[in-house]
Ligand binder design. Structure first.
Ligand code: SDX
Length: 365
């Protein structure tokens, strides 16, 4: 047996045409297009790009958006399933259960043709926001709200969550969030679902593997961790003490560091800009100011003093955006998943199209 790379660090496991990362230059591309450029498009266009491999033309985009809108509604039996959250289950656990149940209402669940897989993909992308909004409304004891098909994917999610039509900037912020969260090569959740897909398990089962893996605080759960940290810090004046305390206890600071990026995560830069703009629209910049202060202290402590490339990752300023959008921290990982589902589906389809079961070896000690 060769050398073991703990955590598979630096191991190249497969070829992909879905995304490209240069972790030293801070470059991320989906299907060859820089994420900064994609962030100016609609989530529907980016979702189409990821799943189909090319950007849609105008007609293809209209058709795709209208198919997504037609699939936003949930099966009537799902209402009862989603009410389980009244028992206080964490939102991602409930979303996992809800996706699992929704598979039983999909008559194509066990049909594996490319056409059936695209139909299921559209249902999944369309229904994720409806489920997340409904489970949160159940949690707080108010009736779920049905989709508004005059609104974009992102704006409709905020509408279903709050019952209020979002401002243009709020709609832009959530749309950008879904785009920036949509795909990231062989991150832990995507790798886990490619393993499931490689056994020729169905699309729903694979997506559930992705959800389960996203949940952890070292992965998608860090977004909730950052929101909780902002609540704990309360004011920019407390930021220094907070970081020093974490460092002295050798605890990880949520939203910083990355296995691949050894420079600024390009997604964090776009999030930072939208967080600043939305804080100004909101008229209360305290969350943003606190985050900037934390970032400055981290830069000084890790990069200047210790020479360690620990920069803000995707979860840092996205958490600030969620604060301004009034998304509760318990919901943060589920909202991340709404964006990520298109990338997950693209990886499943890529795995199915040129499959060999993923089965590495272990060194017995
Ligand atoms: C995501 O991979 C992806 O693509 C994921 C993702 C996606 O789009 O899907 O980008 C989304 O999951 C982002 C990461 C979210 N997690 C966090 O924010 C949690 C905090 N960050 C870390 O725990 C950590 O940086 C990881 C998990 C992100 C990366 O872990 P690695 O590559 O295993 O690095 P490590 O834990 O071995 O750390 C290396 C060194 C250590 O110091 P030494 O022991 O070498 O002295 O850096 C230190 C660590 O202690 N370090 C940190 C730190 N991150 C790394 N120290 C304090 N705070 C941190 N956040």
């Amino acid at each position: 047996m060769g050398d073991i790379k703990k955590g598979l660090e630096g191991v190249v496991a497969l070829d992909t045409s879905i995304s490209f990362i240069d972790g030293l230059q801070g470059i991320l591309k989906y299907r060859g297009i820089e994420v900064e450029h994609l962030a100016e498009m609609s989530y529907d266009a980016v979702s189409y790009l990821l799943i189909n491999g090319i950007l849609p033309d105008e007609q293809e985009l209209t058709d795709y958006s209208s198919r997504l809108k037609n699939e936003r509604f949930l099966h009537h039996n799902m209402a009862d399933v989603l009410k389980i959250c009244e028992f206080g289950i964490e939102s991602l656990d409930l979303l996992r259960t809800a996706i699992s149940c929704s598979a039983h209402f999909d008559t194509e669940k066990d049909i594996h043709s490319p056409e059936a897989n695209i139909n299921k993909a559209i249902r999944l992308v369309a229904k994720f926001p409806t489920m997340v909004a409904a489970l949160e409304r159940n949690r707080i004891g108010v009736e779920p709200i049905g989709p508004n098909n005059d609104l974009s994917h992102g704006a409709n999610f905020l509408y279903m969550l709050t019952g209020r039509i979002p401002t243009d900037l709020e709609a832009e912020a959530i749309e950008k969030d879904f785009i920036l969260s949509a795909e990231h090569e062989l991150n832990p959740s995507t790798f886990s679902l490619r393993i499931a897909a490689s056994t020729l398990s169905d699309l729903y089962s694979a997506i559930i593997c992705g959800l389960c893996t996203l949940k952890g605080p070292l992965h998608g759960g860090a977004r909730k961790g950052v929101m909780d940290m902002l609540d704990e810090v309360i004011s920019p004046d407390n930021a220094e003490n907070y970081i020093q305390d974490k460092i002295s206890k050798k605890e990880k600071i949520m939203g910083f560091g990355h296995r691949v990026y050894k420079t600024y995560d390009p997604r964090a830069q776009v999030y930072k800009d939208i967080a600043r703009r939305i804080s100004l629209e909101n008229g209360d910049t305290v969350w943003y100011d606190m985050a900037e202060k934390l970032e400055h202290i981290m830069y000084h402590e890790f990069i200047e003093l210790r020479g360690k490339p620990i920069y803000p990752n995707v979860d840092f300023y996205s958490a600030v955006v969620y604060k301004y959008l009034d998304i509760p921290s318990e919901l943060a990982t589920s909202v991340f998943a709404i964006g990520r589902v298109s990338g997950w589906i693209a990886h499943c389809l890529e795995q199915y199209s040129d499959n060999r079961v993923i089965r590495p070896r272990a060194n017995f000690v």
